[in-house]
Design a protein. Structure first.
Length: 546
């Protein structure tokens, strides 16, 4: 059946179609047609083509018509120019003169301050008051043992019934500072012994007069002074164990060595010693029963097995601070969709695992099992960027000794299509591209910001377009595979804490700083935001979500 173009237009306008007789009914056509996936795709590809060139503005002529209104003014201007350059005006009279900068005018002002009030007061102290005061000091004076034979007296003061020295001594910050201070002081005293322990002092191989005396020199003695207050409280060293990875750490158990019913102690402890501080142990675990043995694990060196006198076996993680789950803060957690990744070993009833990044630069993968605890696997340890990576060029300081060997991990972002690929954001401004299937190695690294990078968000309109923001006051838009930013947005002085794409408009970006919320429309302007909202209650923005 043939249909002309006019008939087709007429049929469309009148909402009636010419259907031949041999076309089967709609129900039969549906049943015979193959099934197709009618779901709307998440991303739609759009091909952009270059348009023909067209001119907005053009300035061609630099002359003025003689009949125009400005002709006389232009001629006078040209005559004056010729007179000053090539005519008689070139030899005009000139004079040299000296000048100084303008003096800054200063105004004097006198002010009156508030008068200081003074008062004289007198007090009378009787002998009875002095007697009561000294009596109270005797009750609050205690002795502290410095060594085996040295003691010092210390007078404590209570404020509101609370001993201030005890309150300060129990804080975590004070204990951490005290440990570092003790290490420094011990290094001044035992520097030569510590160098010999680490084999830093070696004999001269070219020395002719070499003698082996087979003498034993005592480098230092590990002595827990808290166990030496009274002779009856002294505990024997029952067992020692060196850490298999770090030879500076040794675990010592104090309890029973000779089993005598009348002389053994009623309690015990385990001390973790470090050669950096031979005076005091860095960790002490106390028990109500004597400790008989200790042993470090050769597979997980942070685990210490402890055997007690009452038959109890305990395993402790000495890397933990007061039984904490971790020493560094966890900055961000992401769920892993294992079903979409295609893990064959994944059970249908299992819960999806977690991916967490810590402030110490360690990425940990947690698995939820039928237990009150999570099973943790060390997925990745971020390393400092060495050399000049791809991305933006930043000026690095030379001869800088970094305090940490690993950068701080600030955020995680999983790829929207490649679910096994994730990006780790660090305080160096770099993005580490990693994969769950390839632990302990990077896929790619590139420099995104000159400073910490806080946020990375993929565009909801394209899986290859993403933005980053950081402390260098900038928002940068990137295209995956290209290490040069497409657009850089910066409006003021202040780090950009967070930025998001608008889910309904592909060119709108919303970002926050400490005190402002900025709305960008890159279609209109990339120099300044189209809207800025400032907080008026004095609070600070930290995070947002769209």
């Amino acid at each position: 059946m043939k249909i002309t173009l006019e008939e087709l237009v007429e049929s469309i306008s009148s909402t009636s179609f010419l259907v031949p007789d041999d076309i089967p009914p709609l129900s039969q056509a549906k049943s015979n047609a193959p099934e197709k996936d009618l779901r709307i795709p998440k991303y739609i590809k759009v091909h952009l083509k270059e348009t023909p060139e067209f001119t907005f503005y053009e300035q061609t002529s630099k002359t003025v018509s003689k009949d125009s209104e400005d002709a006389k003014a232009v001629e006078d201007d040209n005559k004056l120019y010729d007179n000053l350059t090539i005519g008689r005006g070139k030899h005009r009279r000139k004079a040299e003169a000296e000048t100084q900068t303008v003096d800054i005018l200063v105004k004097s002002r006198d002010i009156n301050t508030v008068s200081i009030r003074k008062a004289n007061a007198g007090s009378y102290v009787s002998n009875f008051d002095m007697f009561d005061t000294y009596k109270h000091l005797e009750q609050t004076t205690s002795e502290i043992e410095i060594g085996a034979e040295k003691k010092v007296s210390m007078t404590t003061y209570k404020v509101g019934g609370i001993d201030q020295f005890h309150n300060i001594g129990s804080s975590k910050e004070f204990l951490q500072a005290a440990m570092i201070t003790q290490r420094c002081l011990a290094g001044n005293v035992f520097m030569e012994e510590q160098r010999r322990f680490r084999n830093m002092v070696l004999p001269d191989p070219l020395d002719i007069d070499v003698q082996y005396t087979y003498d034993l020199d005592v480098l230092w003695t590990f002595k827990y002074h808290a166990l030496d207050r009274r002779a009856i409280d002294r505990r024997a060293v029952a067992s020692i164990s060196w850490c298999p990875i770090d030879g500076d750490i040794i675990a010592v158990s104090y309890g029973i060595y000779i089993y005598m019913t009348n002389s053994y102690s009623k309690n015990g402890c385990v001390c973790i010693w470090n050669i950096k501080n031979p005076i005091n142990p860095e960790k002490v675990y106390k028990y109500p029963v004597p400790v008989t043995c200790v042993e470090f694990s050769p597979f997980a060196p942070q685990l210490l097995a402890i055997g007690l006198f009452d038959g109890t076996v305990e395993v402790r993680d000495i890397s933990e601070i007061q039984d904490a789950r971790g020493c560094e803060a966890v900055n961000q957690i992401k769920w892993i969709d294992v079903k979409r990744i295609g893990d064959e070993n994944k059970d249908v009833q299992d819960i999806e695992p977690l991916l967490a990044i810590t402030q110490s630069g360690i990425i940990i993968k947690y698995k939820i099992v039928k237990s009150p605890y999570l099973v943790a696997f060390k997925q990745m340890t971020l390393d400092n960027v060495v050399g000049i990576p791809e991305g933006i060029r930043i000026k690095k300081q030379k001869n800088v000794v970094k305090a940490n060997r690993n950068p701080q991990g600030l955020a995680l972002r999983i790829h929207p299509e490649k679910l096994d690929v994730y990006y780790a954001l660090t305080d160096e401004g770099s993005l580490h591209k990693c994969s769950i299937n390839y632990p302990r190695q990077h896929l790619d690294i590139f420099q995104a910001h000159d400073g910490s990078v806080f946020c990375m968000e993929y565009s909801p309109w394209s899986p290859k377009l993403f933005l980053t923001c950081g402390t260098d006051w900038c928002i940068r838009i990137w295209l995956e595979g290209i290490t040069t930013p497409l657009v850089t947005l910066s409006s003021g002085i202040g780090s950009v804490n967070c930025a998001y794409w608008n889910p309904t408009n592909s060119t709108v970006i919303v970002s926050i700083t400490k005190l402002e919320v900025e709305v960008w429309d890159i279609r209109k302007s990339t120099l300044r935001p189209v809207s800025v909202h400032e907080l008026r209650d004095g609070a600070s923005h930290t995070i947002m979500n769209l």
